[in-house]
Design a protein around this ligand. Structure first.
Ligand code: F3S
Length: 91
């Protein structure tokens, strides 16, 4: 499965949600989460993120391994997001 990691925090560009064929992105206050059981590993979102926040779990940098758990837990508690919105970041 794929995971949204730390670069998304405070950014939320939301380019990723538009290309997801299974609508597996969920919106938190500061970042987005991928639902691990819904992601089909199509990789469409990976090149869309301007800050390279999305990784296959096997390619996650060591310091961001905790985001596997964060995505799993928080996606369960959050609302699905399927449309692009204004990012939190300025650029
Ligand atoms: Fe976050 Fe990148 Fe999507 S900043 S909202 S993972 S396009």
């Amino acid at each position: 499965m794929h995971v949204v990691a730390e670069p998304c925090v405070g950014c939320k560009y939301t380019d990723c949600v538009v290309v997801c064929p299974v609508e597996c992105f969920y919106e938190g206050e500061k970042m987005l989460y991928i639902h691990p059981e819904e992601c089909i590993d199509c990789e469409a979102c990976v090149p869309e993120c301007p800050v390279e926040a999305i990784f296959h779990e096997d390619n996650l940098p060591e310091e961001w391994k905790n985001y596997i758990e964060i995505n799993a837990v928080e996606s369960e508690k959050s609302e699905v997001i399927t449309e692009k919105q204004e990012p939190l970041a300025d650029n």
